[in-house]
Ligand binder design. Sequence first.
Ligand SMILES: Nc1ncnc2c1ncn2[C@@H]1O[C@H](COP(=O)(O)OP(=O)(O)O)[C@@H](O)[C@H]1O
Ligand SMILES: [Mg+2]
Length: 335
Amino acid sequence: MRPHISVKDLSVQYGALTILNHISIDIPDKKITAIIGPSGCGKTTLLKSFNRLLDLQEGAKVSGQVLVDGEDIYDPGTEMTHLRRRMGLLSQKPTVLPMSIYENVVYGLRIHGEKNKSKLDQAVEKYLREANLWNEVKDRLHDSASRLSIGQQQRLCLARGLAVEPEIILGDEPTSALDPVSAEQIEQRFLALKNQYTIVLVTHILRQAKRLADYVIFLYLGNLIEHGPAEKVLSSPRFVKTQAYLEGRFIEEFPIAAELDLCGGAKQDFPFRFEESLRGLTEGQIFKTLVDNEGLLRQILDLEQGQGHKVLEVRQISSTQWEIIIEKRGIGYSI
Ligand SMILES: Nc1ncnc2c1ncn2[C@@H]1O[C@H](COP(=O)(O)OP(=O)(O)O)[C@@H](O)[C@H]1O
Ligand SMILES: [Mg+2]
């Protein structure tokens, strides 16, 4: 799989508050990726990092890399107008411009200097059709866009975004302000467009993620908990927090009964001290271990099956350190 967007060790802070914590993830090309997670977990922040809209937020400190087609968009040499042109953004509430339907669609084209009337006319029809709005507005293209219903306005925003021929469509809960029929129209558009565009959709509606997503990213409190093909993450998630979220249960922090630091020279304590620590626990107790080596991290994750413990969560706490949260299971747990 060639990723279209590649996020590498991205962290975002507002003042002392960490909003995104060492996120690394690849967004596949020409698929729908859904970012899910409870309110406030950083979904919008992650989405905005893709087109550097975070730069406009006062006090945001961004570290790490976001590569679009292999190009680091946080590189000082990256040209912003060009970057933003490659991405169309649909926000929660439609943001039509205070002008006619026609002018809304050609807004980006005019900014880029297009003056040819027949080209503009063609673009209006083409993109209103792509947004499935043409039939409803073709006889009143010069009416004010603000007179349209909210659902029509959102499709107009989609047409305006498509008209600059982006490669990527970002949607931040784009159906949340819409009635069910309009929401379904937007969903249908996304499904129809995904062969041509890479789509990243923030949603807190699980059923929407199930209907649309090929790939799912689950965020919780600024941490990337789990990501993968939609059917895997949504039907058989690996981690307890994902399961809890999918079942609508409250996600609790884990009470830690024992800790083991396997960083630096302490690596050699694996596996003996690791097994010893687990042996010292009773079933259901939680054990936390710290590693600074990706090989060891993999080893511990792979060791899980049949070893009488279950990995609940992996939390990256710096670019080279991970916390692994493990639940002790009975010895009979092995398969
Ligand atoms: N401009 C800002 N200044 C300070 N904190 C912010 C700002 N924008 C967002 N946050 C905080 O960042 C966290 C994540 O926000 P957001 O990405 O909007 O979450 P989500 O979209 O998942 O609801 C929230 O706790 C929010 O309060
Ligand atoms: Mg949000």
